[in-house]
Ligand binder design. Structure first.
Ligand code: NAP
Ligand code: GDD
Length: 322
């Protein structure tokens, strides 16, 4: 009998890669999408004949209970969230409703329908914020620096709490930044690779960025969804840091992307104070030792390879569109 999985946030970057992985593993995949006036399926268009989409919203408890009750999945991956950090200062209450109480609603729906459903919660290295130690591990204390980070800390602890209170197989994957050609255009990696591709093709001349000194531990999303799946295949539910163990600055990202596009970044990149954040996370770098030892997980794409892959994809996409 094939396993069934529900993926919330299937229309997002991670949802699309995870759906591919689960289909490859022989799963029946049910994606949860919220109602929009026009579908947002560009990342999962190629999967639509192999997955089922069901409507539900993290704001609506009954819709979550209904879909879980009807599908009766073996595993649920809760990836849906308001995921763009700057937007969380503009809409802090909504961010909390989606990212914090939304997770309580998911956990509560599972508790009510079937406590044997294994659940993955998409936690974030943003929880470390103003970091207390370097590199960060599963034991590093949290110090979030944005309403987004605060909401994810709540989500992390409600996941742990449902595990400890109701014996749910509930895991929190503390994932560091992961990127791909399917990344949203507002995130810095894709903004840079798309910007470099546009300049290379003569469609633009400049790119405005914020803090070039910020450092992140960037990996490839395709590798990171494999870690999510591995976490739910273990004998025991636990929390894992997923990271490459290497960090790079936004400036290094820009240098590699522009040079791969055959450009001198200094001639095109401007800094705009309006893009600075009210409170910045300066430097994130994770220690994935537990994931390596217990899950056997290792990343397959390095930073340069990731940036080059994204620039190539953007050049190809923009050239095809012309
Ligand atoms: P993403 O591309 O922004 O996708 C977010 C998904 O959530 C979209 O499918 C979106 O649907 C859905 N969603 C948002 N609000 C919803 C609601 N109220 N009800 C139902 N669905 C809703 O994000 P991602 O990069 O794939 O990230 C996946 C998860 O991992 C998120 O929880 C994110 O916070 C977390 N995370 C990401 C990273 C990273 O570096 N990518 C690192 C750590 C943690 P629409 O298409 O309708 O907008
Ligand atoms: N977005 C953006 N745009 N970021 C910029 C820019 C710019 O023009 N210029 C500099 N940056 C800097 C930001 O200040 C931040 O320090 C860094 O680039 C990364 O920003 P994002 O790509 O927006 O990602 P993030 O680190 O804030 O959040 C992502 O990673 C988290 C995991 O650590 C998101 O995917 C979150 O959902 C995820 O939880």
């Amino acid at each position: 009998m094939s396993k069934r999985a529900i993926v919330t946030g299937i229309s997002g970057q991670d949802g699309s890669y995870l759906a591919e992985l689960l289909l490859d593993q022989g799963y029946e995949v049910v994606g949860v999408t919220r109602r929009l006036s026009a579908p947002n399926h560009w990342r999962i268009e190629h999967l639509l004949d192999r997955i089922t989409l069901r409507p539900a919203d993290l704001l609506d408890q009954l819709s979550l209970i209904r879909v879980i009750d009807e599908v009766r999945p073996h595993e649920l991956y809760n990836l849906a969230a308001m995921s763009f950090v700057p937007a969380s200062w503009d809409q802090p209450l909504l961010t909390g409703e989606y990212n914090a109480q939304g997770v309580t609603r998911v956990m509560e729906a599972i508790r009510q329908v079937d406590t044997s459903i294994r659940v993955y919660q998409a936690s974030s290295s943003e929880m470390f914020g103003k970091v207390r130690e370097t590199p960060q591990t599963e034991l590093t204390p949290f110090y979030p620096r944005s309403p987004y980070g605060v909401s994810k800390v709540f989500a992390h602890y409600i996941t742990v709490n449902y595990r400890e209170s109701y014996d749910l197989f509930a895991v929190s994957g503390i994932l560091f930044n992961h990127e791909s050609p399917r990344r949203g255009l507002e995130f810095v990696t894709r903004k840079v690779t798309h910007g470099a591709a546009r300049i290379r093709l003569g469609l633009a001349d400049t790119l405005s960025l914020g803090n070039l000194d910020a450092r992140r531990d960037w990996g490839f999303a395709g590798d990171y969804v494999r870690a999510m799946w591995l976490m739910l295949q273990q004998d025991r539910a636990d929390d894992y840091v997923i990271a490459t163990g290497k960090s790079h600055s936004v400036r290094e990202l820009v240098e590699i992307a522009f040079s791969h596009a055959g450009l001198d970044w200094r001639a095109h990149v401007r800094t705009d104070p309006a893009l600075l954040r009210p409170a910045e996370v300066d430097h994130l770098i994770g220690n994935p030792a537990r994931a390596e030892a217990e899950l056997g997980w290792r990343p397959s794409v390095d930073f340069e390879g990731l940036v080059r892959m994204m620039v190539d994809a953007d050049v190809e996409r923009l050239s095809a569109a012309r």
